[in-house]
Design a protein around this ligand. Structure first.
Ligand code: SF4
Length: 240
């Protein structure tokens, strides 16, 4: 199998999927979606495990193709979504976003929220227009929900920082939770209690990953089934 290494000097090398058009990655927007390889968590419920954990098995999408597409199609797009994997783990991501901003489209940043300073920097420097933060569950359940990769304390400290920012800058934040089997109704209520008054918790239905195993194995073949909010899929070099 050919492997395609991630180059920490080249943030574009982390893009391992590109969806030219999405109607659900940015509610109310027609967006295109860039999928970044790599993740700092190991959620047992992950739907994008290949791009999150084995991105080197997927070829990078050349930046020339992305820019060519964006220049041609930007008039009917409302924005660009950066997702993963976990885009906050990409070295020099800010420089990549700066380049993307030259296209003139708003940018949405999807994150698990464990790099809150980065989010603040991106907002303050006007690199992103909105950030969607996944709250996995009550802080106490983070070790279980993230494959042991995030402690209760880290979740509480990182996410609380973002929740405080959201109090001051509500227009920049969108909080969401996927209702995985390990979460109960009281858990959802506990998550809601974390949010500032004017924020809504957007719940996403959970679909078991095994139903998407075909999706993941098909990435190499560049064929993409329909996408839902809980089934982020991606295109590998379709000649868009
Ligand atoms: S944070 Fe997201 S991409 Fe990373 S392992 Fe969890 S579900 Fe998968």
């Amino acid at each position: 199998m050919t492997l395609y290494e991630l180059d920490p000097e080249l943030p574009w090398s982390y893009i391992r999927g590109f969806q030219p058009v999405s109607l659900c990655d940015w509610p109310g927007h027609i967006s295109c979606v860039l999928f970044f390889g790599g993740c700092n968590l190991r959620c047992p419920t992950c739907h994008n495990s290949k791009i999150a954990w084995n991105p080197i098995e997927l070829p990078p999408i050349p930046s020339e193709k992305i820019f060519s597409f964006l220049q041609k199609r930007k008039s009917w797009l409302d924005g660009i979504v950066l997702t993963g994997g976990e885009p906050s783990q990409v070295p020099k991501l800010g420089s990549l976003i700066s380049e993307l901003k030259t296209v003139g489209l708003p940018i949405k940043f999807d994150t698990n929220g464990l790099e809150p300073e980065m989010v603040k920097t991106f907002i303050c420097s006007e690199l992103i227009d909105i950030v969607a933060v996944d709250i996995k569950g009550p802080w106490s359940k983070y070790p279980d929900l993230t494959g042991g990769k995030c402690s209760e304390e880290r979740a509480r400290i990182s996410l609380s920082y973002l929740l405080e920012l959201a109090q001051d800058w509500p227009e920049y934040f969108y909080f969401r939770t996927t209702w995985v089997p390990k979460l109960s109704q009281p858990d959802i209520e506990e998550i809601r209690s974390y949010l500032p008054q004017k924020q809504t918790l957007h719940l996403q239905d959970y679909v078991p990953p095994e139903k998407h195993s075909k999706t993941n194995s098909m990435l190499d073949f560049q064929v993409i089934p329909p996408k839902t909010e809980t089934n982020p899929t991606m295109v590998q070099d379709e000649g868009y």
